[in-house]
Design a binder for this molecule. Structure first.
Ligand code: GTP
Length: 473
């Protein structure tokens, strides 16, 4: 009955009796500034790490970075090294020791605790961003993009978008350069000159001539013109604008069969790169390596074209530019031996992607076939199911010759995708349609210039729109 006189026990007394009340430690931290450092650490300890996100926010809002330091050994004792390192990382980052802070976060980044792992990577990314090491910042974000807590989603997306902009990965910049790269073909086709005309026999004949000149290939051109004639008759089309829309739709439908995503889902993934000398193989490997690295992958190159010292040196230059490792042998070394060494290196370092350059001498087909089969055998033995991609590099300038090269390589080995280079340098960009329609091999990448960023995933819709784009006056 005298209960109403009993003094409410103080928070501290309650916690002395039963410290396993994390919410109450949090309340004490908010109530008593002097007690805040110890109370906030006890909040973390007695929530068994669950309130990490809240605790971190409080440490920052109370600005008690230095004050929590004496209590961190207790965190290590109760929760382990990963939690203690993470908190020490926060203290060091506050002191401006970014390198030390990053190393401390690194201890916690692979923690089983998803919040601790997320926050560690997130803070590593923010430190790299501060230091303008954007590719590594992006890699750290990529590692955690599947496990972003709800309350971080928006902030995470903004940070990722900013890094993509800085790394030139954003669609807009790349799309513009792609359309510029198609200018020569677009001008040669001159489809805009067909606008506003009557649909008559001369129109079909002119269109047929333009498509063949753009290297669409005779068979594919005839297939397209027949299709347009039939549809024009069936739908009683009188205006050339409608006919051009039909052609655009048909080309998109044709090319959509050649759309293929790059298969690098396994770790490690091996990409075997084929192609005759001069088509842009080494350049494409260099561009691809850089882009994959910027996407956060650890990439290593194997100089499998040992026939010429120049090829090895050239690949070294590109490895340097892309900032990736290269494994090479002496000129004349057995390519399979170089690939074997590269595989041992990948195993030792745990790389994500191995890109293998190969010789480009098609005139000695038997020897090339033996070399490639041996390389594939070595790869498949060490990494079952690999190579994931067998990428054939073709030069868009070589027109129909590229088709015969592709046919020759298909006799040597299966080809999973095509990288079509120098689309920017040719008026014969119609070869894309011929390759797709004749060879039925996915076109995965297109080269649109000599610079390292001039490589892009092939997007059929984008390509066709680029052919029809009306030049701004
Ligand atoms: N304009 C343009 N030039 C390119 C492109 N890709 C490669 N090149 C150029 O084509 C030339 C040959 O490129 P490489 O990468 O050396 O070709 P490769 O197949 O390795 O030839 P080898 O070195 O003889 O084995 C170089 O001058 C490149 O800069 C591209 O997409 N556009």
């Amino acid at each position: 009955m005298f209960g109403f006189f009993r003094r409410k026990p103080k928070l501290e007394d309650e916690l002395k009796k039963n410290p396993y009340q994390p919410e109450k430690w949090l309340k004490l931290a908010e109530k008593d500034e002097r007690k805040a450092p110890e109370a906030i650490i006890n909040t973390l300890i007695y929530s068994n790490g669950e309130l990490l996100d809240t605790v971190v926010k409080k440490i920052k809002s109370f600005a008690i970075f230095r004050e929590i330091e004496p209590f961190i050994p207790k965190v290590e004792e109760k929760l382990g090294k990963e939690y203690a390192s993470f908190l020490l990382g926060i203290v060091e980052e506050y002191k401006g020791n970014l390198q030390k802070a990053r190393n401390l976060y690194d201890v916690a980044r692979n923690s089983q605790d998803s919040t601790l792992s997320f926050l560690s990577n997130y803070y590593i990314a923010s430190i790299y961003t501060k230091e303008e090491v954007y590719d590594l910042a992006y890699k750290a974000l990529k590692e955690i993009e599947e496990k972003v807590p709800e309350n971080y989603k928006l902030e995470f997306m903004v940070k990722k978008r900013e890094l993509e902009e800085k790394l030139g990965l954003s669609g807009s910049k790349l799309l513009k350069s792609f359309k510029e790269g198609l200018k020569k073909t677009r001008d040669a086709l001159g489809l805009s000159a067909f606008k506003g005309r009557e649909v008559d026999e001369s129109l079909f004949e002119e269109l047929e001539e333009k498509l063949i000149l753009a290297d669409v290939g005779v068979n594919t051109t005839l297939e397209l013109i027949d299709y347009l004639r039939n549809e024009a008759k069936k739908r009683k089309i009188k205006s050339s604008d409608q006919l051009l829309e039909l052609l655009k739709g048909k080309l998109k439908e044709m090319l959509s069969k050649c759309r293929g995503s790059f298969n690098i889902s396994e770790k490690p993934s091996v990409i075997l790169v084929l192609g005759v000398n001069g088509v842009g193989k080494t350049t494409t490997i260099g561009k691809l390596a850089k882009q994959l690295k910027e996407k956060g992958y650890c990439v290593v190159l194997a100089a499998g074209d040992t026939f010429r010292a120049a090829a090895i040196e050239q690949l070294e230059v590109w490895a340097e530019r892309a900032g990736v490792r290269i494994i090479k042998g002496q000129e004349g070394t057995d390519p399979a031996a170089v690939v074997f060494d590269a595989i041992q290196s990948v195993k030792a370092k745990g790389d994500d992607i191995l890109i293998v350059d190969t010789a480009g001498r098609l005139h000695n087909k038997d020897r090339l076939m033996k070399e490639i089969h041996k390389i594939k055998k070595v790869i498949g033995r060490e990494f079952p199911g690999q190579p994931a991609e067998i990428l054939l590099v073709l030069d868009a300038n070589t027109g129909q010759n590229a088709i015969s090269q592709a046919r020759a390589f298909k006799e040597i080995t299966d080809v999973t995708g095509i990288a079509l280079t120098k689309l920017d340098g040719t008026a014969k960009g119609g070869i894309v349609i011929a390759i797709c329609n004749d060879l039925k091999i996915p076109i995965k990448l297109v080269g649109i210039g000599e610079k390292i960023e001039d490589l892009r995933k092939f997007d059929p819709k984008e390509f066709v729109e680029g052919l029809f784009e009306v030049e701004k006056e």
